[in-house]
Design a binder for this molecule. Structure first.
Ligand code: PAF
Length: 291
């Protein structure tokens, strides 16, 4: 019989809950999410359990990280099933604040944590302000929950890199753990946005993982060959519009050049679906080694 879960909706409740856990000598892990939980999130929770006696998941669709023409309104919201899944996993608490609780003054004109230059390239170039929104809400969650450890999926590699860098730059007392992407058997990376794919588009979405696979099989020929191999997947896939493909050094997130040897991270973003207003934007990445 799983223990009852505490549903925390206010910042004061969350702080009081964490204070009691700490007073009882328990370590606290935070799993920040935007809900619509899937097996990738459940893996974050499972890994969190290995690191702390008390696991708190946050479920908050953060408006600050969505641009004006992005999918904030369409983003799936399933608080009931999210809570049920978290109960089965034995999570001690879920923090589900309202937008007003997190941003009483509206948010847009408030203090921001900025991601700097790296927040303006790749994902940040396509989604201006996105990572400032992410870092701001993550900082708020760290301030509210004061976790010993926080877990993030590796699927958003740039987010994980920026969160780690922020923690280092701002001396935040939290350990960041990256958790490998969970995939369907055919390679599709799990994402809450997969729920927005229409019938038929699910197959098209495989272009992302196929492009990564193609890049990996060209790794012994260098960066340019990897990019060309990945690019060729999109030339034959009409239902998918490539946003960007890039090869970076995972230690710095700088673009890798042709003379690069050793580990590289291939990043891909694409819009799946022909109707541009309803297209679903997906990202994926993989690490390979150039001999
Ligand atoms: O990766 C996500 O789901 C979100 O960007 C996060 C980290 C929960 C912040 O809103």
């Amino acid at each position: 019989m799983p223990a009852p879960i505490r549903t925390l909706t206010t910042i004061a409740e969350a702080r009081a809950f964490v204070a009691a856990e700490r007073a009882a000598g328990r370590r606290v892990a935070l799993v920040p999410t935007m809900g619509a939980l899937h097996r990738g999130h459940l893996e974050l929770v499972r890994r969190a359990r290995e690191r702390a006696e008390t696991v708190i998941a946050s479920v908050f669709v953060n408006p600050l990280q969505f641009g004006p023409h992005e999918d904030l309104d369409r983003y799936p919201r399933t608080p009931q099933t999210d809570t049920e899944q978290l109960i089965v996993l034995g999570v001690e608490a879920v923090f589900m604040p309202t937008v007003e609780e997190m941003y009483p003054d509206g948010g847009r004109s408030a203090t921001l944590v900025t991601a700097g230059h790296l927040g303006t390239v790749l994902e940040g170039r396509s989604r201006p302000g996105h990572y400032d929104g992410v870092l701001t809400v993550v900082t708020k969650l760290f301030s509210i929950v004061a976790p010993d450890v926080a877990l993030f999926g590796e699927k958003d590699a740039q987010q994980l890199f920026l969160v780690r860098r922020m923690v280092r730059d701002l001396d935040l007392p939290v350990e960041i753990i990256g958790v490998p992407t969970v995939r369907e058997p055919d390679g599709l990376a799990l994402s809450s946005r997969n729920a927005m794919l229409q019938a038929g588009e699910r197959q098209d979405a495989l272009a992302l993982s196929r492009a990564l696979e193609a890049a990996g099989s060209a790794a012994d020929r260098g960066v340019e060959a990897m990019l060309a191999a990945a690019q060729s997947v999109f030339q034959s896939d009409t239902g998918v519009q490539l946003d960007y493909l890039a090869v970076v050094d995972p230690r710095t997130f700088a673009f890798a050049n042709e003379s690069h040897h050793g580990l590289v991270q291939v990043l891909v973003a694409a819009r799946v679906g022909t109707a541009s207003t309803n297209a679903v934007r997906l990202i994926d990445n993989a690490i390979f080694s150039i001999p």
